[in-house]
Design a protein around this ligand. Structure first.
Ligand code: G6P
Length: 612
């Protein structure tokens, strides 16, 4: 969480920082701040609220500077407020710092500093770390860089920090552990960001800073060191990302753009890997580990949020096609549970951002215990991708709307390909079924386009149901996790209470909620469970609940039973979730918009959860 930006070079820093912060708002947006070094000295401007609010509030101030840092916050320590907003200034006044992460031992450090007479102006752990650094610099009479190194050796937790020093006007000191930091390299200037989006129009050359590394960044020099003060040669990589990919492109919201991109993103994900005619699936990042996966006693999927739902769908698919026992774990539970990991277990980490703290630590722990880690990740070069032994990128392009949409369908596409490949090698699926499923998968982009084309009525449904207090989402089999995902989407952006449940299990509790004002959204596409789902629909109708169903085109029985329907084309049940989720994404989106909410930046949420 939290987005950080920095710039040092010959240009005006403020516009670069503000534009960069707007691109990083997906990471948090409860307060914003910038620190600039200009003719007035080291100036800090900060405020509770989104980036645009700060921008409006400081019009007319002296914002001319060629070096600066900026922060968009997702509160952890201390409520969102002007004084808790970053940057923080050290007690001596010379240093300004922004921070993404959590300093876990800040209470102890705060106590030490308080005993020495420090007074704190905020409730943040960040201000504590900054003053701790300042205290070390004062005591040891050392350079800032040295003080940072000494301080970070005492710190537990996660951080990316950027520091400006009034006495060293053009230099930014940066350090990372557990949260992402990218440095853009150009002639005579450097850019810093939580991801590469703030620097896209200026440079395509980037350095991904690793954990326990410290950077001394000047306009014409980038020095990387480890905490032992040894120099590290920066590994400069070429960015494969275009500006258009992070802009709205005529859509009202990123979320809508991303929903409508799905035919293309699924296509991009399959392209070059799936060849239905030749009957092949080529995944270079998996190739080396196929034998281990084929012989695995168990596959453990670890993930959070929407990615966890993708893991649940994959559980059904892997068990069906590969006959391997699969467990799907919330990363936050898995990492603290002392799980039994046996030799021969394969862990698949699923993550859009590749930076989710719990997922990252879960795989680090499992790696130490000897498991093979495969990452199904969207963001290239992200921490989870780099920590994994192998894996496959989802190639969905940047996902900016906080509620995940296209990343989910791309994750399903990748996971289905892996399962098909392994099942085929293992001989747990017949040649005929394999070929059939390759064809089915290849048709998904086209069928997703069809689904979107036939989604016109969903906006009306949103108007009809937007005032309901609760929603129930039900599904069976492959569509049960889709029901969970539909409910999550609605909760995230419409702030409505929505519960996803297995359609049959509904009788053991949620059925008590059913009355004529309760919309019950069924994911009821034609599959092996279809007749059972129809019976569940009858049970809801008998209790006067409103049935809204995602159904297969031409399914008259379900249509007659439902108050309203959303249609998807016929598809094999293994690949159907990539289609049945689409109307649910749209339903949530239109309800959120109808209720007047900022669907791209829903309250309290952040896209990249880099704190545990
Ligand atoms: C946050 C986001 C969700 C996402 C989850 C996991 O909660 O708001 O959309 O599903 O994190 O993120 P990851 O990047 O690991 O998929």
């Amino acid at each position: 969480m939290c987005g950080i930006v920095g710039y040092t070079g010959p240009r005006e820093a403020y516009p670069i920082i503000i534009k960069g912060l707007k691109r990083l708002e997906y990471r948090g947006y409860d307060s914003t701040g910038v620190a600039l070094h200009n003719s007035d000295g080291l100036k800090i401007f900060k405020k509770k609220g989104k980036v645009a609010e700060l921008e409006d509030a400081i019009i007319g101030k002296n914002l001319h500077a060629t070096v600066g840092i900026g922060h968009t916050r997702w509160a952890t320590h201390g409520e969102p407020s002007d004084r808790n907003a970053h940057p923080h200034r050290s007690a001596g006044g010379k240093l300004a710092m922004i921070h993404n992460g959590i300093i876990e031992n800040y209470i102890q450090l705060k106590q030490e500093l308080t005993n020495k007479g420090y007074i704190f102006t905020s409730e943040t752990d960040t201000e504590v770390l900054l003053n701790f650094i300042e205290e070390i610099r004062k005591n040891n009479q050392c350079y800032l860089e040295e003080a940072v190194r000494v301080a970070l050796k005492r710190v537990t937790g996660a951080y990316v920090i950027l520091i400006l020093d009034e006495d060293n006007p053009d230099t930014i000191i940066a350090a990372r552990k557990g949260s992402p930091l990218v440095i853009g390299v150009a002639k005579g200037e450097h850019f810093l960001g939580s991801d590469a989006s703030p620097m896209l129009e200026y440079t395509k050359e980037v350095v991904y800073v690793n954990d326990y590394e410290l950077a001394i960044v000047k306009p014409d020099q980038l020095i990387l060191k480890n905490l032992g003060n040894e120099k590290i040669t920066p590994y400069v990589q070429k960015l494969d990302l275009e500006l258009a990919a992070i802009e709205k492109g005529g859509y009202d919201h990123f979320m809508l753009k991303e929903i409508f991109e799905q035919p293309q993103t699924i296509y991009d994900c399959l392209r070059g890997r799936l060849d239905a005619e030749a009957g092949t699936i080529t995944m270079s990042g998996i190739q080396q580990y196929t034998e281990q996966i084929v012989n695995a006693n168990r596959i453990i999927m670890v993930a959070c949020g929407t990615s966890w739902h993708a893991g649940l769908v994959a559980e059904y698919i892997f068990e069906e096609l590969c006959r391997i026992n699969v467990e799907v774990e919330y990363a936050s539970e898995f990492r603290y549970r002392n799980p039994v990991i046996n030799k021969g277990d394969v862990i698949i980490a699923i993550s859009q951002s590749g930076e989710t703290a719990d997922t990252l630590v879960a795989i680090e722990n499992a790696k130490q215990k000897g498991a093979i880690i495969l990452g199904v990740v969207n963001v290239v070069g992200s921490s989870i991708a780099r920590t994994s032994h192998g894996g496959a990128y989802t190639h969905a392009g940047p996902e900016i709307g906080v509620a995940s949409t296209k990343a989910f369908t791309a994750q399903l596409a990748v996971l289905t390909m892996i399962a098909l490949k392994i099942g085929y090698i293992k001989g747990t699926i017949s040649e005929e079924r394999y070929r059939h499923l390759l064809n089915e998968l290849q048709q998904i982009p086209e069928k997703a386009a069809w689904t979107l084309k036939h989604s016109g009525k969903i906006k009306e449904l949103a108007e009809k149901y937007k005032d309901a207090r609760d929603f129930l989402y039900l599904g069976r089999g492959y569509n049960f996790p889709v029901a969970l995902e539909g409910a999550l989407k609605l909760k995230e952006i419409s702030y409505l209470h929505a519960e996803g449940y297995p359609a049959a299990e509904m009788k053991h509790g949620p059925i008590a909620l059913v009355e004529k004002t309760l919309p019950v959204v069924f994911v009821a596409t034609r599959d092996a469970w279809h007749e059972k789902v129809i019976s569940n629909m009858q049970e809801i109708k008998a209790r006067k609940g409103k049935v809204v169903a995602v159904i297969t085109e031409g399914d008259k029985t379900s249509e007659q039973l439902s108050d309203d329907v959303m249609i998807v084309p016929e598809a094999d049940e293994i690949v159907a979730p990539m289609l049945s989720v689409v109307p649910l994404q749209l339903l949530a989106y239109y309800i959120g918009v109808a209720k007047g909410y900022d669907v791209d930046k829903p309250r309290n949420l952040a896209k990249s959860v880099t704190v545990e």
